[in-house]
Design a binder for this molecule. Structure first.
Ligand code: AMP
Ligand code: ZN
Length: 496
């Protein structure tokens, strides 16, 4: 079993022991959202996955500086080097300032992440706040002769860079394939701006702004705006150093975004910037990636309220978070009403066990190996944050907790304290789950109603009115509630 944290590194395509560059400090950069629209649940999955990484590293005692940017300029339509800026396009359509768009959707993003109980990053830098630094990096890459200027735009020279470096080492793309895949004729290449590039694999570091491009800044090459990949190279190294520990993002960002980031940093500093590249897998719907462009997306607030044709009801943020934690961050996860319903059951079962733990009475001996359970939970997390396996171990513990409650198993006070600490640590600190206020209020209501119903049944039994007593029991059964008659009256529990 792994006693040291192992992380899957996209760069080496293997799980490696995590060794921080300067322990106990860890620097982690995660590509944040482009704030031109409400974040959908797919975006949230990636950010929740990295919230888990942040939480676990912190739980292990690391002092993590977590930088997650806000992309508020430079990200063009179709993730390409030509076309309209996603943010200014939205601003044009709504006839508002681009910064109004940024404000609205960045605020929504932060609110949604807070509902999911995700920690805010230590630093949340924006692309527009770092134009000066981006211009400086372009200058440095030009000085290194790894970029060229054409007509007010600056492009990264991929072929030149590849003479001494491996472009494609992160994503596994092969440069020759990238070049030969661009089979379009010269006219269409010219039309989309490709004509300015020496090579179709080259990418923009700085783009000349057309008269209609409203997000524009002065630079040594004229009025323009930065290329999308540049901001992350600049802001990660500005706040975390030329080389830092972890860089994260969704798998779809491996190419070109992250490949270009590596190339820019190596070209400007000579240093490979990232020790561990981590990529979260996609949230899908019927097997297709959830994406705004495909129209198959769910907005978090609609999911919470149930205001979506795909949903039979609303699901609380913690149920949704638990649903995500039940999958490994590197596996795809398919969204469905059924999957959420079953996650909801599991979530409640786990959370109820915490309340049960508080009520258990210790005995002289334990009939369960708590230390072994703890070791298994940490081994699962140390194995590249395998939360589904860790959760399965917690469920084994729940069975034991329930048997202690039913008097069929026993636990010493020392083990009980250990078990409480383990569940607190795993559920709250690492998985980031919390008791939801509404659920708590609902639980109180259910307790009250059940006690009234069981009193009425008891009264019926005292009156030898077996028909009514049985009817109450059967109706509760139909609601998946089991009534057990004991010496001290009737007790009830949800069928699991
Ligand atoms: P964007 O705002 O488009 O730059 O995306 C923000 C983040 O969401 C990126 O890290 C993407 O990889 C991630 N993302 C987009 N779609 C999905 C999805 N369906 N599942 C998981 N992550 C996604
Ligand atoms: Zn990025």
């Amino acid at each position: 079993m792994a006693s040291q944290l192992h992380l899957y590194n996209t760069l080496t395509r293997s799980k490696e022991v995590f060794e921080a560059l300067a322990p106990p400090r860890v620097g982690m950069y995660v590509c944040g959202p482009t704030v031109y629209n409400y974040v959908h649940l797919g975006n949230c999955r990636t950010f929740i996955s990295f919230d888990l990484v942040y939480r676990y590293l912190t739980h292990l005692g690391y002092k993590v500086r977590y930088v997650r940017n806000i992309t508020d300029a430079g990200h063009l339509e179709n993730d390409a080097d030509v076309g309209e800026d996603k943010i200014s396009k939205k601003a044009r359509l709504e006839e508002v300032e681009p910064m109004e768009i940024v404000q609205r959707y960045a605020t929504n993003f932060r609110e949604v992440m807070a509902l999911f109980n995700a920690f805010p990053p230590s630093i949340e830098p924006t692309a527009t706040g770092h134009i000066v630094e981006q211009i400086q990096m372009v200058k440095t890459i030009l000085e290194a002769d790894l970029a060229y200027e054409v007509n007010g735009s600056v492009y990264f020279d991929v072929a030149k860079y590849s003479e001494t470096n491996h472009y494609g080492k992160l994503s596994g793309r092969v440069l020759d394939d990238l070049i030969s895949s661009d089979q379009r004729d010269d006219e269409s290449r010219e039309l989309d701006g490709q004509g300015e590039k020496r090579n179709s694999a080259d990418f923009a570091l700085w783009k000349k702004a057309s008269p209609t491009h409203i997000m524009r800044w002065d630079s040594p090459w004229g009025i323009g705006f930065p290329g999308w990949h540049l901001e992350c190279s600049v802001m990660s190294t500005k706040y975390l150093g030329e080389q830092f520990d972890i860089h994260g993002g969704g798998m779809d960002l491996q190419f070109p975004h992250h490949e270009c980031e590596v190339a820019q940093n190596v070209a400007s500093s000579g240093v490979d910037p990232v020790r561990y590249w981590m990529h979260g897998n996609m949230l899908t719907m019927n097997g297709t990636r959830m994406a705004k462009s495909k129209g198959n997306f769910v907005l978090p607030l609609d999911l919470f309220s149930g205001n979506n044709a795909l949903l039979s009801k609303g699901f609380s943020p913690m149920v949704v978070r638990f649903f995500m934690m039940q999958a490994h961050y590197r596996s795809t996860l398919d969204f469905s009403n059924e999957a959420l319903l079953s996650a909801e059951k599991g979530f409640h079962r786990l959370m109820e066990s915490q309340a049960t733990l508080e009520k258990l009475n210790p005995s002289k001996e334990s009939t369960f190996d708590v230390a072994d359970l703890k070791e298994k939970c940490y081994a699962a997390l140390n194995d590249d944050l395998n939360t589904p396996v860790m959760i399965a171990h917690l469920f084994d513990g729940v069975k034991f907790i329930n048997s202690v409650k039913d008097g069929k198993a026993s636990i010493t006070s020392g083990d009980l304290a250990q078990l409480k600490q383990l569940y607190q640590g795993m559920l709250m600190d690492v998985l980031g789950l919390k008791v939801e206020a509404a659920a708590e209020a609902d639980d109180d209501l259910v307790e009250g109603l059940m006690s009234t119903i069981l009193d009425l049944r008891q009264q019926a039994k005292s009156n030898k009115d077996w028909t009514t007593a049985d009817k109450i029991r059967d109706s509760l059964n139909a609601l998946n509630i089991v009534v057990k008659d004991g010496k001290e009256g009737a007790e009830w529990e949800r069928k699991s």
